[in-house]
Unconditional design. Structure first.
Length: 366
């Protein structure tokens, strides 16, 4: 397999050497990923691209300062990928944590390919980009194949709870009749962007207006998860129906980023149904709200597969979204390096697995 583009020399890695990793995006997820990479003897953090680093500051700014880590890393953050690669003296893979949308990620992915890098991205739309933008997905797939590199979209959801985990569970069934899953989670740790896109703090009328104008989107990833499940199970969805309803609070709820008065919106109950020939084949629910405990709501993940046999599993509380997203991205680095070139999905790669080799203290607190 040729893994060489005309623009940059390929950095060869022996099996014993740690994988050289560059982070792209040092927000909430990038910071968690930094901790996990720094704690892993099989990985080496060699650079990071951050929009918050200007050209003039870049030379001396330690990633720890930009990403709020507890101890210096000795690795400077860079304003561009080119600068990060040059400063690192080469790398093998980029962890991309900058955006949710495939079209926003595309130029960054292209740049990674031009620098001879594989990519693990947590952009929700990249979990199955053929769902929302098949032309762009085909273009990225072709570019990755030509460059001899692999791009993967993953994360907690989409990427795991409402797709990969379900698919793995169907592996022990003789027949699948339908799939139902529900992820109830707490939005309290998230910042202003998520509050806005979930409509938290709005009146019910404002919520409905903003759903109609596309400002309140709820969860990004239902079509991606549904197409992944359908593809895995060998059926074609004929339609996907989605609904976004306000979760109206009976009590006052507060987080560092939002105040919800009684009668106002605490979150979004986003549901989706995937149909095959007029019948519901996949039903997914994702009610997300701040301070669910204020009204006795228990977070958790629930999956029910109807078939032969029926299978039901439940985890409570929810699999924590932030840690899980950073972990699965870092855990997929090695499978991605070993995978065939192209734009791949979780269906194309071996089952995800964690590591017992990472230093627990560094993972936990940076
Ligand atoms: P965040 O807003 O905390 O951080 C994003 C960071 O990327 C910001 O610091 C921003 O300045 C930086 N950035 C954006 N574009 C950049 C660019 N071109 N170059 C350099 N830096 C850039 O968001 P987050 O919580 O870290 O999440 C990152 C993305 O991943 C979001 O879009 C989020 O929705 C998505 N996400 C997906 C999953 C999943 O399950 N698939 C889970 C969590 C987050």
């Amino acid at each position: 397999m040729t893994r060489m583009s005309p623009t940059a020399p390929l950095v060869q890695r022996s099996q014993e050497e740690p994988v050289r990793v560059i982070l792209w995006g040092l927000g909430a997820m990038g910071r968690l990923m930094a901790r996990m990479v720094l704690a892993d003897p099989d990985l080496k953090l060699v650079g990071a691209v951050s929009r918050r680093v200007s050209e003039s500051r870049a030379a001396g700014t330690d990633i720890a300062e930009v990403a709020g880590l507890n101890r210096p890393t000795g690795i400077a953050a860079s304003p561009t990928l080119a600068a990060a690669v040059e400063k690192a003296g080469g790398a093998q893979v980029v962890l991309q944590a900058t955006s949710s949308l495939a079209r926003e990620c595309a130029p960054e992915l292209q740049a990674c390919l031009e620098h001879d890098l594989d990519v693990v991205s947590i952009a929700e739309e990249l979990a199955y980009p053929w769902a929302g933008n098949p032309k762009l997905a085909d273009r990225l797939d072709e570019a990755a194949r030509e460059a001899g590199h692999t791009i993967l979209g993953t994360g907690v959801n989409p990427g795991f709870v409402l797709d990969t985990l379900i698919i793995v569970l169907t592996g022990v069934t003789g027949h699948v009749a339908s799939v139902y899953a529900r992820r109830v989670n707490d939005l309290s740790p998230f910042g202003p962007t998520v509050m806005r896109t979930q409509g938290v703090g709005l009146s019910v009328d404002q919520f409905r207006e903003k759903v109609a104008d596309g400002t309140v989107v709820g969860h990004i990833g239902f079509p991606e998860s549904m197409h992944l499940i359908a593809k895995a199970l060998g059926v074609r969805l004929t339609a996907i129906e989605q609904a976004r309803e306000p979760i109206v609070s009976k009590v006052r709820r507060q987080t560092p980023h939002v105040l919800v008065e009684p009668g106002y919106v605490a979150g979004c109950r986003h549901t989706a149904r995937g149909l095959v020939g007029g019948k519901v084949f996949i039903e997914l629910e994702h009610p997300q709200q701040v301070r669910p405990e204020a009204e006795g709501v228990q977070t958790g993940d629930y999956i029910k597969i109807a078939g032969y046999p029926d299978i039901e599993i439940k985890t409570a509380p929810e699999i924590p979204g932030g840690i899980a997203t950073a972990a699965i991205a870092v855990n997929m680095i090695k499978p991605v390096l070993e995978a065939r070139p192209g734009l791949l999905t979780m269906l194309d790669l071996p089952i995800p697995r964690g590591s017992a080799r990472r230093a627990a203290a560094v993972v936990a607190d940076g």
